[in-house]
Design a protein around this ligand. Structure first.
Ligand code: GYE
Length: 328
């Protein structure tokens, strides 16, 4: 009898050691072995509702978790980093199984991510990157290659203006400090920088919003009436620019050409209508892949560190064709 209880105790210690090891050893383990999906809880901190892309992204993520039968706690940070930090801290306090978030800006996450790590809660980055030097602070980063998107926009511009001698460009930047704003500017500059006939005469943030794009374009048209092209880091700012161009008595898509990124429905409609000239796609449909990452973590597997979203580009003709089947 005595012998047997010692045996059980030893087995218990062994089990504790094993599960303890899983929890501490890799940030990807929930530490307790797989839970039934309906017992899993994921906390998601969204950037805000600044654009059509963001709304589609939220709908897709919420839908995917509902379909999978996994509870998703959701909070909208209204484009403020402090709100995201608060949300993440509250998810840590609630001891959720996984935290996912789309960081509004790249910098300033180390402290809160270290708190999540210390609590043994794996973190998944969706859509946007952080610039932390310590990549053990997150398990996986799921999203687009924004530098590549900027390059695709630049390549179209180089081809479109192959015969021009002098091209004046206005850039409408996304949220200052956000990965897609930094990277889309970089990729674009890399490509057009090869030829000095391209000049970015002004570059200002419109915060990824329609109102921001409109306001900045209105002001910039006054100081730069002879611009040839607007490169907007997302469709919404391009749509705002269209309003400003029309209000100035000019024809968007002709007098001033427009290139954007995203390819959400309103953007695609404007492209099909000839008001935008080219769109680089950025897919907001990350929900299913995020569910898969969460499931892998729950199963004790290690998800891929970087998962790049597949995307294409659209000309005006391609937009006319694609529009009827566009989901978002
Ligand atoms: O392009 C823009 C949104 O982070 C990829 O954020 C996302 C960007 C998207 O507001 O419309």
């Amino acid at each position: 009898m005595k012998k047997r209880s010692i045996g059980l105790a030893a087995a218990g210690v062994l089990l504790l050691a094993l599960t303890g090891c899983a929890a501490g050893g890799d940030a990807g383990g929930t530490g307790e072995g797989p839970k039934p999906l309906d017992e899993l809880v994921v906390g998601f901190s969204q950037v805000g509702a600044e654009s059509g892309w963001r709304t589609a992204n939220t709908t897709d993520i919420q839908g995917a978790f509902e379909d999978a039968g996994i509870e998703l706690k959701f909070s909208d940070a209204q484009q403020k980093q402090e709100n995201q930090i608060k949300a993440i801290r509250s998810y840590i306090q609630q001891q959720v199984d996984v935290i996912a978030f789309s960081p509004v800006v790249e910098s300033g996450w180390d402290a809160v991510l270290n708190e999540a790590k210390a609590a043994g809660i794996p973190v998944v980055l969706t859509d946007r990157a952080v610039d932390s030097a310590d990549d053990s602070l997150y398990v996986s980063f799921l999203g687009s290659d924004f530098v590549e998107e900027g390059k695709k926009a630049g390549e179209w511009v180089v081809e479109e203006y192959a015969d021009a001698d002098d091209v004046k460009i206005v850039q409408l930047e996304g949220t200052t400090g956000a990965a897609p704003a930094i990277d889309r500017a970089e990729g674009f500059a890399d490509v057009i920088g090869a030829d000095d006939k391209f000049e970015i005469v002004a570059s200002q943030t419109g915060d990824f919003t329609r109102a921001g794009g409109k306001q900045v374009t209105e002001a910039l048209l006054k100081s730069n009436p002879d611009i040839d092209l607007i490169y907007a880091h997302n469709d919404d700012m391009g749509l705002g620019a269209i309003e400003a161009i029309e209000a100035a008595g000019l024809t968007p898509g002709e007098d001033i050409k427009i290139v954007t990124v995203d390819a959400v429905k309103d953007g695609m409609q404007a492209l099909a209508d000839g008001k935008i000239n080219f769109i680089v796609e950025c897919s907001p449909l990350l929900g299913e892949q995020l569910v898969e990452i969460v499931t892998q973590i729950n199963d004790g597997e290690t998800p891929e560190k970087r998962i790049v979203t597949e995307e294409t580009t659209f000309t005006q003709e391609q937009a006319v064709e694609a529009l009827p089947d566009r989901q978002y």
